[in-house]
Design a protein around this ligand. Structure first.
Ligand SMILES: [Zn+2]
Ligand SMILES: [Zn+2]
Length: 317
């Protein structure tokens, strides 16, 4: 009897041990898969879309957003892919891009990173033609069509980018849909306020005629109803050719009053253009594409609020 009792006890103990082991195993395994589900690694291509992503993912558990190109870089013209960029992309679940050709340095993403989900924030935005950069010697060469990639500089476009981002993030991480919706709604309300204040500030300017000195200002100027008399392309690597400068001077001379609008990430200014106009005002505006630091401040709202002050500042030159 004792033998049989011990045997039964042994079987019961064995079963219990097995159950405990199974329970531990299930807990461990579900813990691992749960962590995997929650950890979403997102890379944003550069500052404008990184900033947008930070706002829309604010407070969402388990989502990490990294900026691919350092914020000091500014516009992506002539940017070259680095080994660090390749590593960051290989670790990411999703890549947020501005689109409209801004990320041409990434090459063919689909063939290189088959598993990477690409979120293109430019979907549904009407694109402008870009300015051809005349920094080559041979004018006989074939010119390819250029798209103006600086879509985020128009508040209306930026709102569309936020909406695209919200919808794509919900598809990627549906568990947190309510948070993405709430963040986007709050953010869009702030952008709408800034948009109205920009329009009001622009209406107080002595003229709507302008010359813009970088492509980034085109969407911004059009949204504010400015009359762009000349679009010039200055940047880190490109200065105006003699003929472009002559054209700008002529445009300024013919206009009664004119605004000369520069993107303040570049430091070149053309005094001769200002001198030719009977009245001119030089505006150096922040197009929210460059920042000296990688903080959590909203660079888009900060930049546009600074622009509102510059537009209002009638004491300036
Ligand atoms: Zn640019
Ligand atoms: Zn050319």
């Amino acid at each position: 009897m004792t033998y049989g009792y011990n045997k039964r006890l042994g079987i019961v103990a064995g079963i219990m041990l097995l159950l405990v082991f199974a329970a531990v195993l299930i807990t461990v395994l579900s813990g691992i898969s749960h962590q995997d589900e929650k950890r979403v690694q997102i890379v944003a291509s550069f500052l404008p879309v990184y900033n947008a992503a930070i706002q829309v993912t604010d407070g969402v558990e388990g989502v990490e957003v990294k900026n691919l190109v350092p914020p000091q870089n500014g516009c992506l013209h002539d940017y070259q892919l680095t080994p660090e960029n390749v590593i960051a992309l290989s670790k990411a679940d999703a890549l947020i891009i501005n689109g409209a050709g801004a990320e041409s340095f990434l090459g063919d993403l689909h063939s290189q990173y088959a598993d990477l989900k690409v979120i293109d924030t430019s979907e549904g935005i009407a694109l402008l033609e870009g300015i051809h950069h005349h920094h080559h010697e041979d004018e006989e060469e074939e010119h390819e069509e250029i798209i103006n990639e600086h879509i985020w500089t128009s508040p209306s476009n930026y709102i569309k980018q936020i909406e695209n981002l919200r919808d794509q993030l919900i598809r990627l991480d549906p568990v947190h849909a309510h948070q993405y919706r709430a963040n986007a709604e709050n953010y869009i309300a702030e952008i709408e306020t800034v948009k109205a204040e920009l329009a009001e500030a622009a209406s107080s300017l002595p003229t709507k005629n302008c010359i813009i000195f970088h492509d980034s200002l085109a969407y911004f100027a059009r949204e504010l109803g400015f009359n762009i008399l000349a679009s010039l392309s200055t940047g880190e690597e490109s200065v105006l050719s003699a003929s472009e400068l002559a054209e700008a001077v002529k445009t300024a001379a013919l206009a009664d009053k004119i605004l000369l609008i520069y993107d303040d990430q570049y430091h070149t200014e053309y005094a001769s253009v200002a001198q030719e106009a009977s009245f001119s005002r030089t505006l150096r505006l922040n197009m929210a594409v460059a920042s000296s630091t990688q903080g959590t401040d909203d660079v888009w709202l900060d930049a546009m609020r600074a622009n509102i002050q510059i537009l209002k500042d009638t004491d300036g030159d």
